[in-house]
Ligand binder design. Structure first.
Ligand code: TMP
Length: 249
């Protein structure tokens, strides 16, 4: 099942999602696929039911964030794999927050995997597949005219708030939020909104009760590093979120 919203015009197909138009020019539909890619699409595969699981996880995490005052592009989740979202102009920056050293940070700096980062790092990468999403500096962002100083400060503040809310929530699920990537967009009114998705595709999530370096991985690193049972990792993240949300507060 990969073709939903077939009545609607397809506007864009990305690596993990498809964007469709609706009758309302200010509203789009995002469809979550099972396709998975890594290393700038050099590695390709499918993760069974990933679209459904990521759509649900994103829905719940966006709901939590909205309760804490972080505005997102989500209007309504309308099926297992589809969301109605506000049309936004995506800021071409990937905002990465790191609480613990992993991934490209270890590769580029030599910091050992698992090093606690206090304060957390907030980094900007240029959203450009042809260039391999390079790490940017503030000065490069200004030189490239990608954002103003005020917008960057706003992005950092929002990313830090998201980190605070999600780190706290995930730890209550027995999961350590190691790092994650956010995307933002600007709506017609000029408002900065969180967009895209928050899921095991875009976060590193470690089982807080598991010390083994490989067994603790619950996210897309299972796919990137061929650790096995990828779909099960994603499903466990969703199950833990649902269990935690069902607890009386
Ligand atoms: P990195 O360590 O590879 O730079 O990744 C940092 C975080 O960003 C990690 O949680 C995975 C996420 N990420 C994406 O969501 N999309 C990407 O294209 C990349 C490279 C990383």
């Amino acid at each position: 099942m990969t073709n939903a919203s077939t009545d609607n015009q397809k506007l864009y197909e990305g690596k993990a999602k498809i964007i469709y138009a609706t009758d309302d020019p200010e509203v789009l539909i995002t469809y979550f696929k099972d396709d998975a890619t890594a290393f700038n699409a050099q590695k390709k595969g499918q993760i069974t039911n990933k679209g459904v699981v990521n759509c649900k996880i994103t829905t719940h995490l966006y709901g939590l964030l909205a309760q804490k005052g972080v505005q997102t592009h989500l209007l309504e989740t309308i099926s297992d794999r589809e969301m109605r979202v506000k049309r936004v102009a995506i800021v071409p920056l990937e905002v990465v927050v790191r609480n613990i050293a992993a991934g490209s940070l270890c590769k580029q700096t030599g910091l050992p995997l698992g090093t606690l980062l206090e304060p957390s790092l907030v980094e900007f990468y240029y959203k450009n597949d042809d260039l391999g999403d390079p790490l940017l500096t503030r000065d490069r962002i200004f030189a490239m005219d990608l954002a103003s100083a005020q917008q960057l400060d706003q992005l950092v503040a929002q990313a830090q708030q998201v980190n605070q809310v999600l780190s706290e929530f995930f730890i209550s699920c027995g999961i350590t939020l190691v790092d994650f990537k956010l995307e933002f967009g600007v709506d017609q009114a000029g408002q900065l909104l969180l967009a895209d998705e928050i899921s095991p595709d875009t976060c590193r999530l470690w089982d807080a009760n598991e010390a083994d370096e490989k067994k603790r991985v619950m996210d897309k690193d299972r796919f990137r590093q061929d650790l096995g049972d990828v779909a099960e990792g994603y499903q466990t993240v969703l199950s833990r979120i649902l269990t935690q949300l069902a607890q009386p507060s």
